[in-house]
Design a protein around this ligand. Structure first.
Ligand code: ZN
Length: 450
């Protein structure tokens, strides 16, 4: 079809008209949502200024808040007697934050009715548009999420304070952050993460103002319910923090490094971790890469509780029989698996069967840790015999070889620790051992004891 000149002009005009109408409708709707009211006389000024959400249920709540604040203010002004010299003032505004399916409304009123400063009142309504219901802070967290988020909030708060030169009062912070929905009423999501606002007087003084902290989604893994997690923005996962202890209390003690190979194993490794707590022991696990993915939680636990994680390669093959490429893949695959869970690559390698040579050491580029007390636990399979074997060879600086995949080995180790503790021994990881002994590990050596 070919348009005449007149036809073209008509089409252009039509497009223009449709455009103008669209703009008019857009601005009309926008102005419908925008509430601006100013009341002023010789006694007071009232300024109300906010945007409606367009959701009737919520807008009603907000307008009720506004109405109440206005009424309270007028009542106070009337009661005080209208005095021209002391002009009173009310400001009401409302912040809306919509992100994905969560709409957070923070309504605020500032009233000046005499005194040192404004009286501030806050209210919040957080609404899940998908679930069509109001939610509290605890609703966005997994079951023990509150316990896990509290230290993160605390850290963010102290970072904020440091940046703004605010001195926080420990008591205020403790009370203001304690685990209750009422302390976390003002929260909203953004593409930066979860934001929490603390009005003045909650964690800091009036002068320090309102404090809003932002916790990136990266830090909220395992804390935020998955439906509130903006996974598209999570660039890396959070890793467990290694448990560290003060080594000064171990100085001068006889030291033994218990090492456990061939795990992790959820059942037996957990039993070991439970048992060694009593003796304040830390041990070293030389784990098999192939076993990590199916036992991640216990590995994390071991790490968080201050134990050291080393590699025992991926498949437990005799490295002396492999070509270079396979040696490297045995080592690298295991390190990848471990890193996925604890966030760092291990520095220690225990070669399967203790088999190593100089060439493989160069390939591995890890510190090689063997042992000088072989319990032969896998053969003995008897907790008392295993315990005796440890006790008869125990000495300062020893490295004990065990396997945390056998209940008898785990129980034997715990029994030995009980006795050795009475004899003044402390149980340390390899890293703790070298720190306390002042040893710097060499890549070319194989270590059997310290
Ligand atoms: Zn092994």
């Amino acid at each position: 079809m070919k348009l005449t000149k007149v036809g073209k002009i008509v089409v252009a005009l039509l497009i223009l008209i449709v455009g103008i109408i669209t703009l008019i409708i857009y601005y009309q709707n926008k102005s419908d949502l925008s509430i601006k009211k100013i009341e002023s006389n010789e006694f007071f000024d009232i300024k109300i200024d906010y945007e409606k959400t367009g959701i009737a249920l919520l807008d009603e709540k907000v307008s009720e808040f506004v109405k109440n604040k206005r009424k309270q203010f007028i009542d106070i002004v009337d009661k005080a007697g209208r005095v021209e010299t002391n002009k009173y003032n009310l400001i009401v505004n409302v912040k809306n934050n919509k992100y994905n399916d969560v709409l957070s409304i923070h309504a605020l009123s500032f009233a000046y009715t005499g005194g040192a400063h404004y009286t501030r009142e806050d209210e919040s309504y957080v609404y899940d548009l998908k679930k069509e219901k109001y939610i509290n802070f605890s609703d966005i967290l997994v079951s023990d999420g509150f316990t896990n988020i509290e230290p993160i909030v605390l850290e963010s708060l102290y970072d904020y304070a440091k940046e703004k030169d605010i001195i926080l009062d420990e008591e205020w912070v403790k009370r203001g952050l304690s685990q209750s929905d009422s302390n976390y009423k003002y929260f909203y999501f953004s593409n930066q993460g979860l934001n929490i606002t603390f009005p003045p007087y909650q964690v800091a003084s009036w002068a320090d103002g309102e404090i809003t902290i932002t916790i990136p989604y990266e830090k909220l893994g395992g804390i935020l319910k998955s439906e509130y997690m903006d996974a598209s923005l999570v660039t890396d996962i959070t890793y467990p923090k290694p448990g560290k202890r003060d080594l000064s209390e171990l100085e001068g003690k006889k030291l033994i490094a218990f090492t456990f190979d061939d795990g992790p194993n959820t059942k037996t490794t957990s039993r070991l971790l439970d048992g060694i707590k009593e003796f304040d022991a830390r041990v070293t696990f030389f784990v098999l890469g192939s076993r990590v993915a199916s036992n991640t939680e216990v590995l994390k636990r071991a790490y968080v509780e201050g134990n050291q994680i080393g590699s025992h390669t991926y498949n437990h093959l005799n490295l002396l029989l492999l070509d270079d490429a396979n040696v490297l893949s045995e080592i690298n695959l295991a390190n990848d698996e471990i890193e996925k869970v604890i966030g760092i690559r291990p520095s220690l390698l225990r070669p399967p069967y203790g088999n190593i040579n100089d060439h493989i050491k160069t390939l591995a580029n890890m510190h090689i840790i063997n042992w000088n007390i072989d319990t032969e636990d896998w053969k003995l399979k008897d907790r008392n015999l295993i315990k005796d074997k440890i006790l008869e060879s125990a000495h300062d600086g020893a490295i004990v070889l065990l396997h945390d995949i056998y209940t008898e080995s785990v129980e034997g180790a715990i029994m030995a620790m009980k006795k050795l503790k009475q004899e003044g021994y402390a149980f340390v990881t390899i890293d703790e051992m070298i720190n306390l002994k002042g040893v710097k590990l060499d890549y070319e050596k194989t270590y059997y004891n310290f």
